[in-house]
Design a protein around this ligand. Structure first.
Ligand code: ATP
Length: 659
């Protein structure tokens, strides 16, 4: 496929915000894509170069992109930067400069998607000396082959900022629509055939002209009696295979567009809905297993429902993790997960998805980054403590000081995640304990559908605990609210974050927050802080101040001490809540200093801020930083002198889980 054709679809996708329209556009794109290109197209249209599980990343920053545009279009970097400051989007900048240049060029050779993709792959594979320079050349090469509008999207793709709004839900529905029959039931066919709606009915049926339709007898009879003429033409133009409903329900291959039918007509709305759900469900389940819509699209095209259901998980291809819902009370938790429930300590570390194949162990974070190298200690615990040949298990890894018997703050272990050197020393300084809590694959068998309690038993059966190093998460099964409260209090008293409640019968749903797992933790008190700075936003947020610098008050000197930056809880649209636009309008009048894209503003605006935790930090003048600060509201009722003081921050820090 030519890249410019893909760009036509990108442009159409940009023009609509309607999910149904986006789904139709993507499904049209997929249906028209040759089998050899389908995996790549499915990734690219989602704004990715590689599937989620893959360790390949393009990883190009704006400054290198500026150099690449400069090389491709023969313009000075300063000019590019000035334009960029103006419009905030390097894609648009590249398009503009390419337009000027292409006026000078008479011929433009076609740029195939495969060329774009192979350069992206090469960029991702480059490492070491001179790799930046080589990456720059590969991008510049693409830009010089591209038309101006192609250049806009190449730049955005390389910067991982495509913004055509195709997320996973749309991709799932688009695959279902592209490769599986559309299911209609009587009501959906006939509601369009009411009084005065004959034309729409006619149009709908003529849109199906020449296609194969599988129908229940009853529906065909009803259609015949509804409008003789229209249906006569329909029967003449289409291949209509009349089937019994049981047969329709049984055989998946009927639904495959390229082999079976493009439309299925059933009598009953309930059955129609179930069939639709079955198709979408098959696509979704395949995605849970493969974690790759490229593979799913190709299988749907090649082998339909049977192909999708035959997909298997693979060790070393990480899947998405199941997410937890949040509740405020024990009763609420029980009502969501049912009773009895499995309660577990909610450890405050970071989640690891651990893959083991013989002696080969790989560790992935929640975002599926490979952090194996940073945790040689965990690799050896897994080799020693897990007997399975092949498995995928999950756990929460916490910094743990065996001497004092205390867990360490999250921020300590987070230093290990990015560490590239002195790894062994770091592992000695910050030892960890892995608290295993789930298993999704064991020796060739996928366990996603196995009820949680059975998964837990399976997990226990392959783990030989190594105290303070590799253990199974502490669990209590109960339906008694009093015992649950006790367990919760006990978990907090030993320095954990809270408790998890788990539905003992539930399957494992990768990537979903379906309420099979619930978290309960104390509500943090909010802080009232002053905004003392901000950064001019980029991309979607260009023209707005964003990333607001927060500060508390030093009661002794009256000065303001910074304690982090906040970009969440603020709306991009002007609906309910506080928007970036509003904050920008007010704060930009009070800018004191400006350096690059950072500004200092006069301290007058007080905001109420929620957060996950207060951490010690040397990066901010207060000596503390907020983890995940979130705007609750602007405190119109107070001035800067009414903001919270450092002593209050210290007090809240000390109260955190007995640290
Ligand atoms: P979210 O997952 O809700 O987007 P988050 O990453 O901050 O946000 P939390 O709110 O802390 O996650 O709650 C869920 C997390 O709790 C899990 O992802 C896991 O890392 C951690 N956790 C700790 N102990 C357990 C346990 N016993 N079972 C499951 N998860 C646990």
């Amino acid at each position: 496929m030519e890249y410019s054709l893909l760009v036509e679809y990108y442009k159409r996708l940009e023009e609509t915000s309607l999910k149904t329209e986006k789904t139709s556009i993507v499904s049209e794109l997929l249906a028209g894509t040759a089998p050899r290109d389908i995996e790549v197209i499915a990734q690219l249209v989602m704004g990715r170069a590689f599937p989620l599980w893959s360790e390949e990343v393009v990883g190009i920053a704006s400054n290198l992109m500026i150099k690449a545009i400069s090389k491709a279009d023969g313009v000075k970097e300063d000019e590019i930067i000035a334009k960029w400051k103006d419009c905030g989007d390097l894609g648009n900048v590249a398009e503009e400069f390419a337009k000027k240049k292409s006026q000078r060029l008479l011929f433009q050779k076609a740029l195939p998607v495969s060329k774009v993709y192979s350069n992206l792959q090469r960029i991702a594979s480059l490492e070491g000396r001179r790799s930046q320079e080589k990456k720059l050349l590969l991008i510049a090469e693409l830009l010089s082959l591209a038309s101006p509008v192609d250049a806009r999207f190449i730049v955005r793709t390389v910067l991982s900022d495509l913004r055509v709004g195709v997320a996973e839900g749309i991709m799932r529905d688009a695959i279902a629509k592209a490769f599986f029959a559309d299911v209609y039931w009587k009501a959906t066919l006939f509601q369009k055939n009411g009084k005065g709606k004959k034309k729409r009915f006619e149009k709908m049926l003529s849109g199906m002209k020449g296609k194969t339709v599988i129908a229940e007898d009853k529906v065909m009879d009803a259609l015949r009696s509804s409008d003789g003429k229209i249906i006569e033409g329909f029967e003449r133009d289409n291949t209509i295979i009349v089937k019994d409903i049981l047969e329709i329900k049984k055989t998946g291959s009927f639904f495959q567009k390229n082999l079976g039918a493009e439309y299925v007509f059933v009598d009953d709305a309930d059955i129609g809905n179930k069939l639709k759900k079955r198709i979408v469900g098959a696509v979704e389940e395949a995605y849970e297993v493969a974690n790759d819509y490229g593979i799913v699209a190709r299988l749907a095209l090649d082998a339909g429902e049977m192909g999708l259901s035959g997909l298997k998980m693979e060790v070393m291809r990480p899947i998405k993790v199941m997410l937890a819902k949040k509740v405020e009370t024990v009763d609420e938790a029980f009502s969501v997960v049912g009773t009895p429930a499995a309660l577990e300590y909610k450890y405050d570390g970071f989640r690891m998805q651990i893959h083991k194949k013989g002696g080969d162990v790989r560790i992935y974070t929640r975002r599926l980054e490979n952090v194996t190298e940073q945790f040689p200690d965990v690799v050896s615990y897994v080799r020693d403590g897990i007997s399975a040949k092949e498995c995928i298990v999950e756990g929460e890894t916490v910094g743990f000081d065996a001497k004092s018997g205390k867990y360490m703050a999250f921020q300590k272990i987070s230093r290990r995640i990015r560490r590239k050197y002195d790894i062994k020393k770091m592992a000695d300084e910050i030892p960890v304990v892995v608290n295993l809590f789930d298993i999704s694959y064991l020796d060739g068998k996928m366990l996603l559908k196995m009820p949680f309690l059975q998964r837990r038993l399976t997990l226990c059966s392959i783990v030989r605990e190594i105290p303070d190093k590799l253990v199974v998460a502490k669990q209590k099964i109960t339906d008694d609210a009093r015992l649950a409260e006790e367990f919760y209090a006990e978990s907090l008293s030993v320095g954990n974050e809270g408790v998890m409640f788990k539905n003992i019968e539930a399957p494992y749903k990768p990537g979903s927050r379906v309420g099979y797992m619930i978290k309960l933790k104390p509500i943090m008190e909010t802080l009232d802080l002053v905004i003392v700075g901000a950064e001019w936003g980029r991309g979607k947020r260009s023209g707005w101040l964003s990333s607001f610098v927060l500060a508390c008050r030093d009661e002794e000197t009256g000065s303001f001490l910074t304690m982090g930056k906040m970009g969440t809880g603020i709306k991009e649209k002007q609906d309910a809540g506080v928007s970036f636009d509003e904050l920008t309008k007010v704060l930009s009048k009070h800018i004191l200093r400006e350096k690059k894209n950072a500004v200092d503003v006069a301290p007058f605006m007080v905001v109420e801020v929620a957060y996950e935790e207060i951490q010690k930090s040397q990066n901010y003048s207060s000596g503390y930083a907020l983890r995940f600060p979130r705007l609750i509201k602007v405190r119109e009722d107070r001035g800067a002198d009414g903001a919270d003081c450092l002593s209050r921050v210290e007090e809240l820090f000390g109260r955190q889980r007995g640290r």
